[in-house]
Design a protein around this ligand. Sequence first.
Ligand SMILES: C[S@@+](CC[C@H](N)C(=O)[O-])C[C@H]1O[C@@H](n2cnc3c(N)ncnc32)[C@H](O)[C@@H]1O
Length: 194
Amino acid sequence: MPKSYPPVLESVNWADLFINGKFPNVMDVGCGKAGMLFDYAESHPEDNILGLEVRRSLAEWAMNLIKGENVPNAAVQWYSVVNGIDFIADDSMDKIFYLFPDPWTKKRYVKRRAFNDSTLEMYSKKLKIGGTLRLASDVPEVHEYHLELLKKRDDFDILLVKDDQTWELPPTNKEKFCRRENIDFFRIIATKTK
Ligand SMILES: C[S@@+](CC[C@H](N)C(=O)[O-])C[C@H]1O[C@@H](n2cnc3c(N)ncnc32)[C@H](O)[C@@H]1O
């Protein structure tokens, strides 16, 4: 856990975060160095993408770049999702990404993961019907765990994705690393049905 842990956020003035002043409809949880977030923002000018990143230096670095480059539709907030995301309106998200984010791959650390029954419930509440939760991991056990949690619920249609066309997203930094090193990774698109 980082030394300075981000405080709980109850509300956000979106005009302070996004240059275009609009609220987000896409969220990238654990965006890291935010490579995908920048590519996504550029290729989807109609969307507002919010990155949540628990490492302060990365969040501040990305936010400086967003301001410096005047990117209107992207923002990164220093935050841990396990603090809850009440500052996001219910039924407001078209897409939530959770891509290679969890360092707690061992089973005994499962409780520390930022993807658990309660964060999944939270993501479900924030997604619109028809909205999608996209998950990726290069750790087979973590992928199986993602599937297990999703399958316990009756509000998601689950699709295992191999091809990039269906996946649609620009690659993240970690995905590029996996491709370079020939490491297998697993992708899920879970569509909210009710
Ligand atoms: C392996 S990196 C992957 C980054 C990016 N998604 C990618 O695919 O390149 C995992 C990131 O998730 C962040 N992270 C871990 N737990 C988090 C939490 N509870 N809330 C927000 N970010 C978190 C870490 O700080 C790290 O930057």
